[in-house]
Design a protein around this ligand. Structure first.
Ligand SMILES: Nc1ncnc2c1ncn2[C@@H]1O[C@H](COP(=O)(O)OP(=O)(O)O)[C@@H](O)[C@H]1O
Ligand SMILES: [Mg+2]
Length: 335
């Protein structure tokens, strides 16, 4: 539109100059034509602007309507039973699940977890490990089968109740805008400052936080420069403060270096003691001491047992475990 406006100025000037030099028109005519052009092009420019606004409105409303059209969560106001303190027995019974109805991802998953056990789920990317965690937390409803906590099917509990039983640290960390202290206290609002600081000391971010200008009261937002690993440590501290009866760690230490991981590992061992814990980890050395290792592939458990028994089986787990060491060897040799 501005090109059309400016181009007409040029045309008027050139044509006007020619006509004026031949005394066909007077100079005043050129000036008045310039004013006409201005009058003509400014509404055109406005229309163009409105068109852009309309386009972004259309794009935004698409998102709003998409959200409004989402299916409502099932009403749970009639569920009065509440599981308060749990022993930590978890049982998966023939669980079948797919995000889309026509594509099953978890085919027939059964597992029994004794109270206080540390269960490791390992397997290649896309095997369905995170999906199992999502089902356990009831973020999605299973298509068939049952998940029981202390012999109570989780479908008979309210979602809030299920969530309150687990502390979780996920692969993708999320922190909201607010002070670091508020972020850590998020899952237990009545935590004292001392609890917060202790948790941070244990995971080793206390020192880092103290170097920030406002310490624990530093406002955390998009501009705060903090590494992914440090974010992960903060969410681990959050889970520690929460102190829930069961714990889920989904690649919780994937973004921190190996030495920090070892330090966290020690703290975690304290945290996971006598507490049913589900650990998903890529570095298999960190889950060697698990009471039960479930090896998943394409939504099925293909092997299960302890580290020792799985190594003896000489199957997929052994391959996976050894590949981590051989690749490290290869790196050392290359360097
Ligand atoms: N929200 C989702 N919607 C549809 N498909 C999904 C979703 N999340 C994961 N999947 C699919 O489920 C499979 C298992 O994913 P996931 O459980 O995240 O694997 P991982 O073992 O790496 O954690 C993958 O094939 C993935 O494409
Ligand atoms: Mg995952």
């Amino acid at each position: 539109m501005s090109f059309v406006g400016n181009f007409s100025f040029v045309v008027v000037c050139v044509v006007g100059a020619v006509l004026c030099s031949q005394s066909i028109i007077e100079f005043g005519v050129i000036v008045s034509f310039m004013i006409y052009i201005r009058l003509f092009t400014s509404p055109l420019g406005q229309i163009a602007q409105i068109a852009t606004t309309l386009q972004s409105t259309a794009a935004a409303s698409e998102r709003v309507f998409e959200f409004l059209e989402e299916k409502e969560l099932e009403d749970e106001s009639n569920k009065n039973f509440k599981l308060e303190s749990v022993e930590g027995k978890v049982e998966f019974k023939n669980v079948v699940f797919g995000y889309d109805k026509d594509k099953t991802i978890i085919h027939n998953f059964s597992a029994y977890v004794k109270p206080g056990d540390k269960v490791a789920i390992v397997g290649p990317t896309g095997a369905g490990k995170t999906t199992i965690v999502n089902l356990l937390m009831r973020f999605y409803e299973i298509d068939d089968g049952e998940i029981l906590i202390d012999d109570v099917p989780i479908s008979s509990l309210t979602r809030e109740n299920v969530h309150s039983l687990f502390g979780m640290v996920l692969q993708d960390t999320w922190l909201f805008e607010g002070t670091i202290k508020e972020n850590i206290k998020y899952s237990k609002l009545d935590a004292t400052d001392e609890e917060v600081e202790n948790a941070c000391k244990v995971v080793g971010v206390d020192h880092f936080i103290k170097t920030l200008p406002e310490g624990y009261n530093t406002i955390f937002n998009d501009g705060t420069s903090i590494s992914v690993g440090q974010k992960q440590l903060l969410t681990i501290a959050r889970a520690m403060v929460e102190n829930a009866p069961m714990l889920i760690l989904d690649e919780a230490t994937s973004s921190v270096d190996t030495r920090t991981e070892q330090l966290i590992q020690k703290a975690m061992d304290k945290l996971t003691k006598n507490r049913t814990t589900f650990v998903i980890a890529h570095r298999l050395s960190t889950i060697k001491n698990a009471d039960l290792i479930l090896v998943m592939k394409d939504g099925n458990i293909i092997e299960k047992g302890t580290h020792k028994s799985l190594m003896k089986q000489d199957g997929f787990y052994k391959d996976l475990y050894e590949s981590q060491f051989t690749s490290k060897h290869a790196e050392v040799i290359e360097n």
